[in-house]
Design a protein around this ligand. Sequence first.
Ligand code: URA
Length: 238
Amino acid sequence: MATEPLFQEVLQIVDAAVLTLRRLSRSGQTGFDCNEKTRNVLKGWGKGVSAGETLEDIRTDLGDCQRCGLNAGRTRIVFGAGDPDARLVFVGEGPGYEEDRQGEPFVGAAGRLLTKIIGAMGLTRDRVYICNVVKCRPPGNRNPLPDEMDQCLPFLKRQIKSIQPRVICALGSVAAHALLGTEAPISRLRGRFHDWEGIPLMPSYHPAYLLRNPEKKRDVWEDMKQIMALLDGSRNAG
Ligand code: URA
């Protein structure tokens, strides 16, 4: 028992070493000598580890994922898209038909509405980051099952930690519940910021729900205005 924290620490060091070696091999370093290039790479080691992993590292680790049954029905993994340094991350539920075909999040009918919402906020899709709780399409667009979310959630968390956004917007109850660990209805969660590991998180209605319930667009706009105010405030604060 007493060795447990030490064991965790060793695992973290091994993980960091693996990431660093991957980066090194991508930058063409396959061995160690004392030339200047190698010395510069080695100098960057500490920086690389403390700065955390990149989205590319996480995508590489996800690989040709077979961790849950969703791989059987998917065409493509939909990892996420947008700015790796985005100040705002949108998290949806999981890819639908179009997303599965194209490998991009939110490119179907709900995605077109999300793109309009992002535009109304004075942003573009490539200035935010868009991803989902699960990276593969659940058959028939059903909600992801608990074990599917359990397998995928660590990757979403790593994506958010890599991006370090100023604010997260959880689109719909699946994303809000997965990130906040609550089962409260989205109608009660939305409209105010919650905390996700030190980052403000605004739950809001999913764009697919808005397509069926356009009268809720007003509520979503209120949520987006709060996000815009927070982003403006943090920009002014430096
Ligand atoms: N719905 C989602 O939750 N995510 C997508 O990427 C598309 C539709």
